[in-house]
Write a protein that binds this ligand. Structure first.
Ligand SMILES: Cc1cc2nc3c(=O)[nH]c(=O)nc-3n(C[C@H](O)[C@H](O)[C@H](O)COP(=O)(O)O)c2cc1C
Length: 191
């Protein structure tokens, strides 16, 4: 039986260990087309996606290790090894940032960040719908000035929010355990 759109949404889960094949540029374009359909107050178009392929993905990993060492927060040796092994097989890494419209009269920064989050979720769901999986990480020195600068962002104008690793799951994907939907919602009526 064919999957309906809701089946697709309900079967998504994040998978860290991904390998080839990654999405084609055409598939990436489809996922980006989903990003620009995220809710966007005042049409600020805050989304900034940086597409990184091999061997540059490995260079990002090395840079993260270098940045953290220079900041006096060195990545432990075993974590360095697992990070290198993880990144070596990732076919597409996406740097994620959003433009900051400072003191916007109608759209506070939290709304801009929420629009970015909605855009990233659309990208993840689109990739899942095309048979790929993705994993959002705020490791790899995300919350430093140096990593966003390395990727060409301006830390005063852009808020960097991490990376998506995108590809094909290396292992069988089992359904994730999820909360009861009614545990997060309640009806409300005026008294
Ligand atoms: C903004 C953001 C940053 C995240 N950063 C990390 C991270 O650095 N490391 C990690 O293990 N999971 C991180 N996660 C969680 C994973 O991306 C993923 O959502 C989690 O493993 C649960 O999988 P699920 O998406 O299938 O529920 C992050 C999630 C979000 C929304």
């Amino acid at each position: 039986m064919a999957n309906t759109p809701i089946d697709t949404l309900l079967s998504r889960r994040s998978v860290k260990l991904v390998g080839a094949p990654g999405p084609t540029d055409e598939q990436i374009e489809s996922a980006l087309a989903a990003v620009v359909r995220a809710p966007d107050h005042a049409k600020l178009r805050v989304w900034q996606f940086v597409l990184i392929k091999q061997p540059d993905i490995l260079a990002v990993g090395e840079k993260a290790i270098e940045i953290l060492a220079e900041l006096g927060r060195p990545m432990p040796e075993d974590k360095q090894a697992s990070t290198r092994a993880w990144l070596a097989d990732v076919p597409l890494l996406v740097g994620l940032a959003h433009k900051i419209h400072h003191d916007h009269p109608k759209v506070p920064e939290v709304e801009q960040t929420l629009s970015m989050g909605a855009g990233v979720m659309n990208f993840q769901n689109a990739m899942h719908a095309m048979g790929f999986t993705s994993y959002w990480s705020t490791g790899l020195a995300t919350f430093t000035e140096e990593m966003p600068e390395y990727l060409g962002f301006d830390t005063l104008e852009d808020q960097f929010v991490g990376f998506l690793a995108v590809g094909t799951p290396k292992n069988a994907v089992t359904p994730a355990e999820r909360p009861d939907p009614w545990s997060i919602a309640r009806h409300w009526q005026a008294q």
